[in-house]
Design a protein around this ligand. Sequence first.
Ligand code: FPP
Length: 249
Amino acid sequence: MFPFKKKEKNELPLEVPKHIGVIMDGNGRWAKKRMQPRVFGHKAGMEALQEVTIAAKNMGVQVLTVYAFSTENWTRPEEEVKFIMHLPVEFYDRFVPELHRNNVKIQMIGDTKKLPKETLEALERAEEKTKDNTGLILNFALNYGGRAEITQAVKQLAQEVRDSNLSPEEITEDRIADCLYTQSLPCDLRDPDLIIRTSGELRLSNFLPWQAAYSELYFTDVMWPDFGEDALRSAIVDYSHRHRRFGGV
Ligand code: FPP
């Protein structure tokens, strides 16, 4: 499915990334500019996420992985952490019904067992309710850290070697990928084709370091709460003009 009739400069249809990763940054600054507390920005960020998810689905994106809370975010003020941890509960009540109607499947990655009980339960309810949906996968990265993800994969493999179920020679890239959190995604959709970061910061901040090896990167000054359908379309137009060579020529 092609979302646009034409590419900007020629008549070809746009190439839509199958998997987009998003670093939803700038909520706090967005709120501060409006003389509001930081959490006001997170709430607005959740609304932006709803709009972007439906827009991405309509454009033919198959997986949207969103960085909602990193393993480093626990160092934020307690009140802010509490607020973010409550968002999935609100998200379930306010947004999941519409996402479900749109055939969106909700999943999560990260060290999710360490999330507060009510947070995890809300996400598990969302997963359960949408598990048979066949449309876009909205994949929440929560208590996610890329290095932690790789570390637990190494531990799993080391354990298998110790138990004599695996020889070091059998450790391949595919075998490692099978131990990462993203093994929950369809095999051909685990790696993001495009990673978007909002708010003008130019780094990946421990987001999908293994999976991003060949991702195209797109940075925009737009703050996440202001990122909507038009901004997503601009990112996809930009992606469409890239030449991905995967190390070839
Ligand atoms: C980064 O902006 C944003 C976050 C750490 C939280 C993102 C969470 C959401 C958008 C809501 C997700 C929805 C659910 C249901 C979990 P920042 O606070 O670092 O902004 P700043 O850089 O301007 O301070």
